[in-house]
Write a new protein. Structure first.
Length: 256
């Protein structure tokens, strides 16, 4: 069985590749790390702290959690953890839970509205904290699942980019775990024994479409090992002239 040192090396290598390939970090950056209390965001914070120590550039990190006032949320867990870790942090309190419960029709999933409200609040927090970049904990599996969800259910070729600007154009959003496998993050989380806080806002709802796509990818991986790596390569190897989007390629210019 793979030991923890191997897992740590794999994560460091994957994050290093993403940071380098997509020019994520620069001298004097102030990066807001969004911390939810889940395995992905804890791992993200650890990885950035590691690169803060070893990188040839200097950048700041501030961990930020949004306390959405969910009933039973253990509000002392993250402050205690971050105090012991010794990182700069801020807890933002905003009752988005009430808004989500009031606005979501009965029987519908809350994830979409919750995500929009959380994202807007975090963008505002980044500005208030004078951060020029914001880091999210999405990993390789999230990127592949989102691509297939859009492909099968939304009719578009689109996924979570490793780096993008918000709509206002004043904040760069990063996904440093873009090349990290979820299984490696799970192993690392168990090794570090993170104080995981489950999201119970929606009673552990699961998006049925995402759940099916997740299982489909897992089945492919079992039948054809390393399919996910090939799919990630495909997302970085695009030929607009061999697709059908007239906005990306000038088919009208092709004449005899």
């Amino acid at each position: 069985m793979e030991n923890s040192k191997q897992t740590i090396k794999k994560l460091h290598r994957a994050v290093g590749e993403a940071v380098e390939q997509f020019s994520m970090l620069e001298e004097n950056d102030r990066v807001m790390v969004c911390l939810s209390g889940g395995k992905d965001s804890y791992t993200l914070l650890d990885m950035l702290i590691h690169f803060q120590r070893v990188a040839p550039i200097s950048f700041e990190i501030i961990a930020v959690n949004l306390d959405q006032k969910q009933p039973g949320f253990p509000e002392e867990v993250l402050p205690n953890y971050l105090e012991k870790l010794g990182v700069l942090y801020k807890i933002i309190e905003k009752n988005t839970y009430k808004v989500v419960m009031e606005k979501t029709p009965e029987g519908k999933t809350t994830c979409s509205l919750c995500s929009r409200l959380r994202r807007g609040t975090l963008y505002e927090a980044a500005k208030d904290l004078k951060c020029n970049k914001l880091a999210l904990g999405h990993h390789r599996n999230d990127i592949l699942e989102t691509f297939l969800l859009n492909f099968f259910f939304s009719g578009k070729l689109e996924t979570m980019p490793p780096k993008f600007k918000n709509d206002a154009g004043d904040l760069v959003v990063l996904r440093p775990l873009a090349f990290c496998k979820e299984e490696d993050i799970e192993k690392y989380s168990e090794h570090r024994n993170f104080p995981i806080i489950p999201c119970n806002l929606c009673g552990s709802q699961e998006n049925l479409q995402r759940k099916k796509v997740k299982q489909m990818i897992a089945d492919w991986e079992n039948d054809f090992p390393d399919r996910s790596s090939i799919m990630m390569n495909a997302l970085q190897n695009v030929f607009p002239s061999h697709l059908l989007d007239r906005k990306l390629y000038d088919f009208d210019a092709l004449k005899n």
